[in-house]
Design a protein around this ligand. Structure first.
Ligand code: HH2
Length: 278
C-alpha cells in the first residue's frame, strides 16, 4: 500500500512490461530490448511503485519459451533498469533458473503464476533466494485452462488453495513476510461466472492475512461485459476493477496503464480521506 497526499493508503501500482512476441495485450510491442527499456521508463515516470517484467506469455496457446531465452530477454533489461532506478522489480516466470538469474541481476520479487508448482525445486529455490514471492491461483495449465473451468464455490476454493500454497512456501523456508497472494483472474476462470464473484469476494482473500496482488488489466472478462470490446478498448473496465480491488484492501494492482491507474487510485483515496474528515 502507498500513502498518498491525503494519508489514505492505496494499493501500490505494479506496471507490466512484457518483452514477448505474443502477450495478449502488449505482445510484440516491447520485444526489442530498447523498446522494453523505453516502456519501463514510461511506467516509472507514470508513477509505478513496482515493475513486473515477463518474457513468456501465459495466455492460452502461447508458445513455450526456453529458460535461456527468458534469461536473455530479462537479465539485460533488469540490469539496465537497475542502473537508472531503485524501483522494485518483479519477474513473471515459472522457472526457478530464470528467477535465480533475475534476482542476481537486481530483481527482488518472483511472480509465479503456478504458485511455485511448476518445478519440483521451485519452493526450495524461493526460500534460498530470499526474495518476495507472488503465489497465484490457476486451475489447470495455461494451454487448456479456459476449456471448462469448474468450481462449486470459486472464492472458497481459491482462498483454500492460496492458504495451502502459503503454508507450503513457509514449510519450505520462505519467510511469511515475503509472501503475496493473487486470485489469478482469467487463469482457469469462466469470464463471468468465476472472475466476477472473485472480484466481489476479494475481501475474503485479503482476510487470509497476506498482501494481495490483483491482475485484472485489460483481461477478456472486461470485453465480455462490454459487447466484446477488444484488449485495446478495455482501459475503463481495468480501472473499475482496480478500484474494486482498492475498496477490498488489496496491496497492489498489476496493470498495463500505470499513469491512468495511479490517477484513478489517487482520486479514490482522496475521496476516502475527505469522507473520514467530515
Ligand atoms: N496475469 C497475467 C500474467 N501474469 N501474474 C499475476 N501474479 N497475476 C496476474 O493476474 C497475471 C500474471 C496475464 O497478463 P499479461 O502479462 O498482460 O499477458 P501475457 O500472459 O499474455 O503475457
Amino acid at each position: 500500500m502507498s500513502r498518498t497526499a491525503s494519508h489514505i493508503v492505496r494499493p501500490r501500482v505494479m506496471g507490466i512490461v512484457n518483452t514477448t512476441p505474443d502477450s495478449f495485450f502488449d505482445g510484440g510491442r516491447h520485444l526489442a530490448p530498447a523498446a522494453a527499456l523505453v516502456q519501463a521508463r514510461r511506467l516509472i515516470a507514470g508513477g509505478a511503485d513496482i515493475l513486473d517484467l515477463g518474457a513468456e506469455s501465459t495466455r492460452p496457446g502461447a508458445a513455450p519459451v526456453p529458460a535461456a531465452v527468458e534469461i536473455e530477454r530479462l537479465v539485460p533489461l533488469i540490469s539496465a533498469i537497475r542502473a537508472e532506478s531503485p524501483i522494485p522489480i518483479s519477474v513473471d516466470t515459472m522457472k526457478p533458473q530464470v528467477a535465480r538469474a533475475a534476482m542476481a541481476a537486481g530483481a527482488s520479487i518472483w511472480n509465479d503464476v503456478t504458485a511455485l508448482r511448476h518445478a519440483p525445486r521451485s519452493l526450495a529455490a524461493a526460500a534460498e533466494l530470499g526474495c518476495e514471492v507472488v503465489l497465484m491461483h490457476m486451475q489447470g495449465e495455461p494451454r487448456t485452462m479456459q476449456a471448462e473451468p469448474h468450481y462449486d464455490d470459486v472464492v472458497a476454493e481459491v482462498a483454500a488453495f492460496l492458504a495451502a500454497r502459503a503454508e507450503a512456501a513457509m514449510a519450505a523456508g520462505v519467510a511469511r513476510g515475503r509472501i503475496w497472494l493473487d486470485p489469478g483472474l482469467g487463469f482457469g476462470k469462466h469470464m463471468i461466472r468465476h472472475n466476477l464473484p472473485l472480484l466481489a469476494g476479494l475481501d475474503r482473500i485479503v482476510a487470509l492475512g497476506f498482501p494481495v496482488l490483483l491482475g485484472a488489466s485489460r483481461k477478456a472478462f472486461i470485453g465480455a461485459l462490454d459487447g466484446g470490446a477488444n484488449a485495446d478498448a478495455r482501459l475503463g473496465g481495468s480501472i473499475a476493477a482496480a478500484l474494486a480491488g482498492a475498496a477490498a484492501g488489496v496491496a497492489a494492482v498489476r496493470v498495463h496503464d500505470v499513469r491512468e491507474t495511479v490517477q484513478a487510485l489517487g482520486v479514490w483515496s482522496a475521496i476516502q480521506g475527505a469522507g473520514r474528515r467530515t
